[in-house]
Design a protein around this ligand. Structure first.
Ligand code: DGL
Length: 274
């Protein structure tokens, strides 16, 4: 049994690395384990039951690897699995452990950015159909109206390294035009998928410059830092060895090639079978 008690960061594939990068920058002292379920990605078009089943299996795996705290750095998993895991599974599985998502931190701050009260959300089909963003934003900012657009092609573009291609421009422009056609007053757009920061240059290119684009990495990192200050009972269980381990359910060679684009540094991963 490992003596490390790392923070576990989970995503269906590479996207969560954009979040991990910011978390490590903000909280460099801890040990971290990243798990990408690349063998079963993308999650974005899968059913509620499937996303829940896959996410729970990965959370259990991270618990077994010694993580007292797991961040679902995936909007689709946060939208479709987090609530069940927190309310149904944790109490009997590991009542002393915690699982947190990426949707709530973003919805808590969005009101600081929008002046018109019209916010756009871009996400996978799963995240959009779950309505998690409109529901959560209403709790903090009842005056805000949320307009959503599902972008089913964006994750495959990123996962297949096509995010700098002309094909990417076609799909990005199309989805942004659809979103802006829903309301001309949208002044803030949430990138509600952890893969989308890789597309940010192209997104900016096709959006009017007055629109604020919110990426989740820094927001989630700030929120985690606050959480650890408020929850010393969890903070004290985390080991502080500054280590970083990467695991993938698919080929480590492929993972390492792509992961550096998301993480901004060389990555050396290990295969994890079930
Ligand atoms: N990165 C995931 C998210 O934030 C989506 C990737 C997928 O579809 O698997 O929603």
């Amino acid at each position: 049994m490992s003596t490390k008690h790392p923070i576990g960061v989970f995503d269906s594939g590479y996207g969560g690395l954009t979040v991990l990068k910011e978390i490590v920058k903000a909280l460099p002292g801890y040990d971290y384990i990243y798990l990408g379920d690349n063998a079963r990605a993308p999650y974005g078009t899968r059913s509620f039951e499937t996303v829940y089943e896959y996410t729970l299996a990965c959370v259990k795996q991270l618990f077994e690897m010694g993580c007292p705290l797991v961040i679902l750095a995936c909007n689709t998993a946060s939208a479709k699995a987090l609530r069940n895991i927190q309310q149904k599974d944790l109490p009997h599985l590991a009542p002393e452990k915690r699982v947190l998502g990426v949707i709530r931190p973003t919805t808590e701050v969005v009101g600081k950015y929008s002046k018109t009260g019209h916010v756009g959300v871009l996400g996978t089909s799963g995240t959009v159909s779950s309505n998690s963003y409109p529901i959560e934003i209403k709790k903090f900012y009842p005056e805000i109206t949320v307009h959503q657009e599902a972008c089913p092609m964006w994750v495959p573009l990123v996962e297949n390294h096509e995010f700098e291609s002309d094909g990417a421009d076609f799909f990005i422009k199309n989805n942004l035009n659809n979103l802006l056609a829903k309301n001309a007053e949208i002044d803030t757009i949430i990138l509600g998928c952890t893969h989308y920061p890789l597309l940010v240059d192209k997104i900016k290119k096709h959006l009017p410059s007055h629109i604020t684009i919110l990426s989740q990495g820094e927001i989630v990192a700030g929120s985690l830092s606050d959480y650890l200050k408020r929850h010393s009972e969890i903070e004290q269980t985390l080991s502080k060895g500054k280590s970083l381990e990467f695991y993938t359910t698919d080929s480590p060679e492929n993972f390492d090639k792509s992961a550096s684009l998301f993480f901004g540094k060389e990555v050396k991963s290990t295969h994890l079978g079930w």
